[in-house]
Design a protein around this ligand. Sequence first.
Ligand SMILES: [Zn+2]
Length: 121
Amino acid sequence: MSHPLTPDSIALLYEYHRSLPPFRSIKKMPHADGVEFRIVKDRARIAWCQWMGDRFRIAISANGVSQTATLAMYLGHEMCHVAEDVTGHNPGGNENVHGAYFRKLAARFCKIHGFDLKAFF
Ligand SMILES: [Zn+2]
């Protein structure tokens, strides 16, 4: 059985992550109500986020996620990108650029939630 992903369940997990460090202290981190969550089928990328002009869109590929831990890790990764943007730390470049601010958040996120930083980005 594949993981029964829904945008609503991802939004709830987003709010869980947002309630804890490292995102809790970032006042500009948008509430889930202001973020669009999409389930896509992409074989090349597991997750990504994009500024749509008025909100962030976070997409999760059903082809890349079949367990909650995987979803929690990839959602946290995309939230580090959102945090970069809203705090003015986006280093520019393409989506594969992970700057110093991202790496600092990633290290804290992985430590708190028990993810392997070496697999995080
Ligand atoms: Zn990334």
